[in-house]
Design a protein around this ligand. Structure first.
Ligand code: CA
Length: 221
């Protein structure tokens, strides 16, 4: 899952980036409204956390611009404490959730996961594959007997992305975009290595290769 984190506070921004990284997100951090607006319009994020008080362009203007351009990514806005009008304006501008500052990071993480889940609940309640359930808090696979199979951070992010898009042909470059940060060395050949490792854990039939196109997670696998 790729997360765009927009926060100009020089302490809070990096702190949140590190924490969400540990939660299995590939995080890009923007510290002003202009960069945020551009990144959100050009990179395929799965979730945005947007501070409203930003230099160069306000968070509210950034959000309005995205929605006017048809960018439907879930957005959680961070508002000033007691600024009820910011919360109202944020929702009107197209925010999906809000959290007032100061906040506990744990609450932000829970709300971020809830927002992602909301989008998924229309399709399924659990991420299941090949007789396993993907445990998103422990970042591992749980078998029917309750046995846990560990996943590395990249394996987890890749498998979660496949499970959000079953039956779709996913190119190596698209998978790379969703699994790594903007600045990361995006070598799409690495995806082959991680797909092979997932097959070793899940069986060979779960992720199929489409020559010249990419990979497909078998529906109902
Ligand atoms: Ca701010």
């Amino acid at each position: 899952m790729r997360l765009l984190l927009v926060e100009d506070d020089p302490a809070l921004g990096p702190q949140l980036r590190e924490r969400f990284g540990r939660e299995g997100f590939a995080v890009d951090l923007a510290d002003n409204g202009i960069d945020a607006c551009h990144l959100g319009a050009t990179e395929p994020y799965d979730l945005v956390i947007l501070d409203l008080g930003l230099p160069r362009k306000s968070g509210m203007d950034v959000l309005r611009q995205w929605r006017a351009d048809g960018i439907a990514v879930p957005v959680l806005v961070l508002t000033a404490r007691d600024a009820w009008h910011e919360r109202v304006d944020g929702i009107k501008a197209g925010a999906d959730d809000y959290l007032g500052k100061p906040f506990h990071i744990e609450e932000l993480i829970v709300r971020a996961h809830a927002l992602l889940r909301r989008g998924r609940e229309a399709r399924a309640t659990e991420l299941r594959v090949a007789g396993f359930v993907l445990d998103e808090t422990r970042q591992c696979l749980i078998g029917d007997a309750g046995n846990a199979i560990p996943l590395t951070g990249t394996e987890f992010r890749l498998l979660r992305y496949f499970l959000h898009h079953p039956g779709e042909v996913l190119s190596k470059s698209r998978l790379t975009e969703h699994v790594y940060e903007y600045d990361a060395d995006r070598d799409s050949n690495v995806i082959e290595v991680y797909v092979r490792r997932l097959r070793e854990k899940l069986g060979n039939d779960v992720i199929r290769t489409r020559r010249g196109q990419g990979y497909v997670l078998e529906q109902g696998a």
